[in-house]
Design a protein around this ligand. Structure first.
Ligand code: WTA
Length: 632
């Protein structure tokens, strides 16, 4: 029996049990719900020691046939994407499945006409406008590998990503609206491309009608090309394990990692989890507020919802524009049924008071979701009471870019929910906790490092161009297990609560930031000798960044702080700017010369009573000074 749609606790238990006892049978029954040109020869082959993971090997398909074509007969006139622009008076745009089909085919033909073929990498650097979702699908239509770069990244961050996977074509826009501001995206692309000689073509969508310069022979306005293109484009037949996309995520060290997701397993898992985690019903309107530049947007704005024939809202703007009622205005206007956002947005809106949600009719809401970082209890209750009116289950969904889809969550109205607990694994997911010695903890009530023992269909298959790094990062800490980098605790009932990163990744407003790239950016300042970044608790952002900086000579100043933040903005993007910068004489180090971030973290968080033994440091005397001069 297929467990594609789980509607009771009993069914969840049964599905989970089957998925563990007989994973191949379980996942093949789920995969039967999709359209295949040819079915698989084997469901799963894997070896975590290499690591090598293959799902549905031998199968042939195109994901866009599953997300678009197969809905045309029954849902041709149903809204697929509901675009809500930055400026509410511009009015929403309803794109039906038929229109989406035609627009994706046109875009796919434009790409083909530019010489893009199966396997080529295409970079999308766009605001949250329909062209972004359409280009994602157009790439998938012709088998090109998309790599979406969040449009808040700087020129050098964009260039690094384009170079890493050798994109030959970039789609961007003449600019982006963001609240009351505009952003010069094309200017950023131009700057990035100075370092990217392999990019042959830039296609430019018109959005803000800015005066921009087009480089002849390289840059083209998109619309005239679309106007000329055919509305039919035969889908490229893909192997189950052909790459679908690359998405970059920050590591604790080194350059960003291009996570490679492949076609069949990603489709099956993102669709299956969408259906069950949000309990989507045919007439529902579903809204995920993420940006398609992140994995949440890939899996739960585009692929998962469309594979289920859903109506998915795409919002261009920000929660504070034109005022703090914007989210709730959209919920009321489009009668949104499922609403999926991040704790940082909830905290920011809660701070503005309950008067905003109270002014709107939110009675359409059935399910609320959260993702991106641990949600604190206060924010959880505000969400529950002010938005859900005590009537909507909240799904606290834990997962990662590397995972492709939600791994641990409650199912709304079906399994138990507890504030701040992600709770239970989805069918197919086998979490475990590891102790300091590297052994699996067998008692139910425990805390440790969170690993997953068995593959699921949408686990990333590699890091683009660096399989060794993939193995070292995820499969070497614990033998035959995928290591998440997160810590977790499990209560007596076996429910999981994610406690946060155990590595040097800091989550600021839901964005993963590695400390090393930020430190590298700061260290480029001619007057900086060394720096260390740590996170400290922040009311709205969850964490904010605190930088300890030592100088080559002279004293720190406001001007220097500004220069440091400008460097970070330029190298990484404004999201990585430091909230606090403290200039110090030295940084606490171990005898082997390693910076003791643990101590700096405590100082930044004002927990100096529990510093532990610092006498073994190379330079214990610097700690006292750092504490004295700590910025409050
Ligand atoms: C954190 C986002 C607690 C976690 C889909 C993870 C969470 C990292 C939750 C991945 C949650 C995500 N509760 N922590 N519900 N969701 N995280 O790659 O530390 O942007 O490892 O993927 O975010 O972030 P990423």
């Amino acid at each position: 029996m297929s467990h594609y749609h789980i509607t009771s606790k009993e069914q969840y238990k049964q599905a989970y049990q089957e998925s563990v006892e007989n994973p191949e049978e379980f996942w093949s029954s789920i995969a039967e719900n999709f359209q295949w040109n040819k079915k698989w020869d084997t469901v799963l082959n894997f070896d975590f020691s290499k690591p090598e993971i293959n799902w549905f090997q031998g199968a042939k398909l195109n994901i866009t046939e599953n997300c678009i074509d197969r809905h045309l007969f029954e849902r041709g006139n149903k809204t697929a994407l509901l675009f809500e622009p930055n400026n509410p008076s511009e009015g929403a745009e309803h794109i039906t499945y038929q229109q989406l089909h035609d627009r994706v085919c046109k875009m796919a033909n434009v790409l083909k006409n530019q010489g893009i073929k199966k396997g080529d990498r295409v970079c999308l650097y766009l605001p949250m406008i329909p062209e972004l979702a359409i280009s994602v699908l157009a790439c998938a239509r012709i088998g090109a590998i998309h790599t979406v770069v969040f449009a808040g990244f700087s020129a050098s961050a964009l260039a690094a990503r384009i170079l890493d996977c050798d994109c030959t074509l970039v789609i961007t826009s003449d600019g982006a609206f963001r609240g009351s501001k505009t952003i010069d995206l094309k200017g950023i692309v131009d700057k990035a491309l100075k370092d990217c000689p392999d990019v042959k073509t830039i296609l430019v969508a018109k959005r803000i009608y800015a005066e921009i310069t087009l480089t002849e022979g390289r840059d083209y306005w998109l619309q005239p090309l679309l106007d000329k293109a055919e509305t039919i484009c035969k889908p490229e037949v893909m192997d189950a394990e052909d790459p679908l996309f690359i998405l970059y995520t920050s590591g604790s060290t080194g350059k960003p990692k291009g996570m490679v997701h492949t076609t069949a397993g990603y489709m099956v898992y993102s669709a299956f989890t969408f259906k069950n985690v949000f309990q989507y019903e045919e007439e529902d309107v579903y809204w995920c507020t993420a940006d398609i530049g992140w994995i949440t947007g890939h899996s739960y704005i585009v692929y998962g919802p469309l594979a289920n024939g859903a109506t998915s809202v795409m919002f261009e703007g920000v929660p504070s524009h034109p005022d703090y009622g914007r989210f709730w205005d959209i919920v009321e206007k489009h009668k949104v049924n499922q609403f999926y956002t991040a704790p940082t947005a909830i905290r920011a809106l809660a701070k503005q008071g309950a008067k905003w949600p109270k002014s709107y009719d939110l009675s359409s809401l059935k399910v609320l979701g959260t993702v991106g970082e641990p949600i604190n209890e206060e924010a959880w209750h505000w969400y529950d009471e002010q938005i859900g009116k005590g009537n909507c289950p909240i799904v606290d969904t834990w997962w990662q870019t590397e995972n492709g889809g939600i791994l641990i969550t409650s199912l709304p109205g079906i399994t138990r929910q507890i504030p701040t607990y992600a709770t239970l694994p989805m069918p197919g997911i086998q979490p475990c906790l590891m102790d300091e010695k590297g052994e699996e903890i067998t008692t139910t009530e425990a805390s440790g490092k969170l690993c997953i023992k068995f593959p699921w269909p949408s686990i990333a298959r590699t890091i683009w161009g660096n399989h060794d790094r993939y193995r070292d990062t995820y499969f070497s800490a614990f033998k035959n297990k995928y290591f998440t980098g997160d810590g977790a605790l499990r209560n007596a009932e076996g429910l999981y609560r994610i406690t946060g990163r155990v590595d040097d990744v800091i989550i600021v407003s839901g964005h993963n930031l590695g400390t090393a790239p930020i430190e590298d950016a700061i260290d480029e300042h001619p007057n900086v000798s060394e720096s260390a970044i740590v996170g400290f608790p922040h009311d709205i952002k969850g964490n904010a960044l605190y930088g300890f900086v030592t100088l080559v000579d002279g004293e720190g100043s406001e001007k220097l702080k500004k220069e440091i933040n400008n460097l970070i903005s330029e190298k990484i993007g404004p999201i990585a700017k430091l909230d606090k910068i403290q200039f110090t004489e030295g940084l606490p180090k171990t005898r082997s010369g390693k910076i003791m971030r643990r101590i700096l973290r405590k100082i930044a968080s004002n927990e100096t009573d529990s510093l532990g033994d610092i006498s073994t440091l190379l330079n214990p005397e610097v700690v006292e000074n750092i504490i004295k001069e700590r910025l409050s």
